[in-house]
Design a protein around this ligand. Structure first.
Ligand code: NDP
Ligand code: OXD
Length: 306
């Protein structure tokens, strides 16, 4: 069995060593143009040339949860795409989102500004009930984030494509549930995959439907958010702020207004990082299962885009 590795912006050697150790009977090599065809691929943002040459792939393992970049390419006809299924990402995402929600709700950024000026001052405690948190996307990451926020007793709402039941979460689904979901939320967290249906989903119209003083946390993909609409609603005062981890262009261009905006917190696409050893263990387990002819979790349905 041959495995080829083609991951942009990733140090290859530790991955190759880890995959070789986990799958000792496999020949694991770093892809270069003209390399022999392989059975399985481990990829992140590969070039089209990779798939043009690797015509015999049975499965393509994406070392991330989001497969939007991969679905833009032409894959070999029999290759299924398998995404990372948590692999240590959901707990990181829960940390990130809880941190952003709590920092905003408890006004810790304002306290920090005060204490930096030597001010010992108190703010009136805000009512938790006034900060319902709506999570768009109740998949592997969204459901974990919802549970984590619930432990801090926030009122948590969730929205998904198909109807869902998540303990302690008021669930909405589909186009018919969207407006009620937005109207019930003050803090909005985006954990949707980027698809034709979800591109630009956070725009002037939808963000205006959040409760006054709304707050946006985008940890999914930059193209979910219409940047100018967020800025306009911050200027108008309908929105109070945003924490953004993902952007239409990454790295975020130096002259982008998000960098300097006083109500926007920017982080460099780091909310949930791919963890190498967890990911290798998961990929190796799935390759072994596929070799035995067994089904695996995390297979992407190209038709629905995630
Ligand atoms: P999943 O595929 O497990 O879950 C996706 C969720 O979104 C599901 O609940 C799905 O609904 C819902 N959904 C999809 N399309 C729609 C739609 N049109 N309307 C309403 N709901 C919809 O994905 P993950 O939770 O694993 O990851 C989500 C995204 O997070 C990834 O696609 C990736 O882009 C991003 N990500 C970002 C990272 C970062 O570092 N910033 C790290 C990892 C991921 P249903 O349940 O009905 O299918
Ligand atoms: C992912 C990501 O999709 O890192 O895993 O954004």
């Amino acid at each position: 069995m041959r495995i080829t590795f083609c991951c942009t912006d990733t140090a290859a050697e530790p991955w190759l060593q880890g995959l070789r150790a986990a799958l000792p009977n496999a020949e694991v090599t770093l892809w270069s143009a003209g390399a022999p065809v392989a059975d399985y691929a481990v990829v992140w943002a590969p070039p089209q040339q990779f798939f043009d040459e690797q015509s015999q792939l049975k499965a393509v393992f994406n070392i991330g949860a989001g497969v939007d970049a991969l679905l833009k390419l032409q894959l070999p006809p029999n290759a299924q795409i398998v995404r990372l299924d948590d692999a240590g990402m959901s707990v990181q995402m829960a940390e990130y989102v809880c941190h952003a929600v709590i920092r905003h709700f408890r006004e810790f950024d304002a306290y920090e500004a005060d204490t930096r000026q030597g001010k010992w001052s108190f703010r009136k405690p805000r009512a938790r009930a006034d900060f319902p948190v709506g999570i768009m996307g109740l998949g592997v990451l969204g459901a974990r984030v919802a549970r984590a926020l619930g432990t801090f007793e926030f009122s948590v709402k969730g929205w998904s494509r198909s109807p869902k039941t998540v303990d302690g979460v008021q669930c909405f689904s589909g186009a018919q549930g969207f407006q009620d979901f937005l109207a019930a939320s003050r803090v909005l967290v985006c954990l949707l995959p980027l698809t034709a249906d979800t591109r630009d989903i956070m725009n002037r119209d939808t963000l205006s439907q959040l409760q006054p003083g709304g707050y946006v946390i985008n940890v999914a993909r930059g193209a979910h958010l219409v940047d100018e609409d967020l800025l306009a609603l911050l200027d108008s005062g309908h929105l109070a702020g945003a924490t953004l981890d993902v952007f239409r262009t990454e790295p975020l261009p130096a002259d982008h207004p998000f960098w300097q905006h006083p109500s926007i917190t920017v982080t460099p696409h780091t909310s949930a990082r791919t963890l190498r050893s967890e990911s290798i263990a998961q990929i190796a387990g799935k390759i072994a299962a596929l070799q035995r002819g067994e089904p695996v979790a995390g297979v992407v349905e190209a038709g629905r885009g995630y």
